[in-house]
Ligand binder design. Structure first.
Ligand code: OSB
Ligand code: MG
Length: 381
């Protein structure tokens, strides 16, 4: 069974968040989401999402650079080309094209979804997933004051979330974490994510977080600061988890060799897709490093891809896989993503492909720009 893409349609939709999401490096109120509708020569259709943000404050990519990379260099490498297996797609896209992982990942992940759809199996099964439910955590943006954060954290805890992550930055850190720990008691799984807001000058300050028994601190330092993360890890009891730093398999191996952290947040978009995400998963598993699936405020399409990945065995910690209603008044998929009272999201193992129906009329309404590559069967309809 081979993949041969007849057409890929990029649609940019605007989707307002229920409330602004603030991290140390920026804030977003309305997502600009790039969706891919992929059509195979055999008529099979599936969907993927490019997770690049509005601004280059998390990684160098944005929706606009990803769109440009796909249009200028990447699409021509896959349209009309016979692809035996989706694990070949990253190599096809990566040859002599540096960076642009999120653009590459969007196409690569679409090909994995296509292969699953063609075989009549779930994306989870296609990727080697082993579980039918995965534990869910929430990521709470920076709030105005510690009390507001503690209230948000309590509400999340009562909804059933298995892990509560709070965004921190200098001056919104120690007292904020303390307030949440005091509100929820000693045993709730709490963590903090700094999105690279600190430097080597802050090590003593960061070490104060050790007293709150966080299950981890995510990406305290810069993306290229593996050596400094190792030094900080030697000085902190709290495990460091790397997110931005882990852009490929080699960086995960460097982290392990240098002891720059003890946990990895895997986002398939950040690493160039599922093939690399799976290899990082395997490398970490062999070294006893737990991994979990991060989020990028995806729509229900991106969520489907993340949930499938999170069903692999070494995703042993709750992922940032919040249900649709945490972000949107209305998602673009049916059924919407939900979480049960135990904080678990169900993996749609009985549905072929991504496991949810995409609401095409709604997407047409929300679309602000569109590009078609190849020959779309939708043209003229
Ligand atoms: O660092 O994990 C991050 C959102 C945008 C950019 C970076 C990050 C995040 C999140 C959101 O934490 C998690 C989610 O999708 O719920
Ligand atoms: Mg992060």
């Amino acid at each position: 069974m081979t993949i041969c893409l007849a057409a890929v349609t990029l649609s940019e939709i605007r989707l307002p968040l229920k409330e602004p999401f603030r991290i140390s490096s920026g804030v977003v109120s309305e997502r600009r989401i790039c969706l891919l509708e992929l059509v195979d020569r055999d008529g099979t259709i599936t969907w993927a999402e490019c997770v690049a943000g509005e601004d280059p404050n998390y990684s160098p990519e944005t929706i606009d650079t990803a769109w440009y990379a796909m249009q200028q260099w990447l699409m021509r490498r896959v349209i009309g080309v016979d692809i035996e297996h989706p694990d070949q797609v990253f190599g096809i896209l990566d040859r002599n094209i540096r960076g642009h992982n999120m653009a590459k990942a969007a196409i690569e992940m679409g090909c994995w979804a296509m292969a699953a759809q063609q075989r009549g199996i779930s994306l989870s099964k296609m990727l080697g997933g082993t579980r039918d439910r995965v534990p869910t955590g929430i990521s709470i943006g920076i709030q105005a004051n510690p009390k507001a954060l503690a209230q948000r954290a309590r509400a999340a805890y009562e909804q059933g979330y298995r892990k509560i992550k709070m965004k921190i930055e200098p001056r919104s850190d120690i007292e904020f974490v303390r307030a949440v720990r005091e509100e929820l008691g000693p045993s709730v799984h709490l963590m903090a994510d700094a999105n690279s807001a600190y430097t080597a000058a802050d090590f003593d300050h960061l070490a104060q977080l050790d007293r709150f028994n966080l299950i981890m601190i995510e990406q305290p330092l810069g993306r290229d600061d593996l050596r400094q993360h190792a030094e900080l890890q030697r000085r902190m009891k709290t495990p460091i988890c790397l997110d931005e730093s882990i852009t490929d398999v080699a960086r995960a191996e460097d982290m392990i060799a240098m002891k720059s952290g003890r946990i990895v947040n895997i986002k398939p978009g950040r690493v160039g897709g599922f093939s690399i995400a799976k290899r990082i998963h395997d490398v970490c598993e062999q070294s006893g490093i737990p991994v979990w699936c991060g989020g990028m405020l995806e729509s229900g399409v991106g969520r489907a891809h993340n949930v499938a990945l999170a069903s692999l065995p070494n995703f042993s910690l709750p992922g940032d896989l919040s249900p649709s209603s945490r972000y949107w008044a209305q998602d673009i998929v049916t059924p919407e993503w939900t979480m049960d009272a135990e904080g678990m999201v169900h993996v749609p193992l009985d549905v072929p492909g991504i496991g949810v129906e995409v609401d095409r009329d709604r997407i047409d309404e929300l679309t602000v720009r569109r590009s078609v590559f190849g020959v779309s069967p939708r043209i003229g309809t």
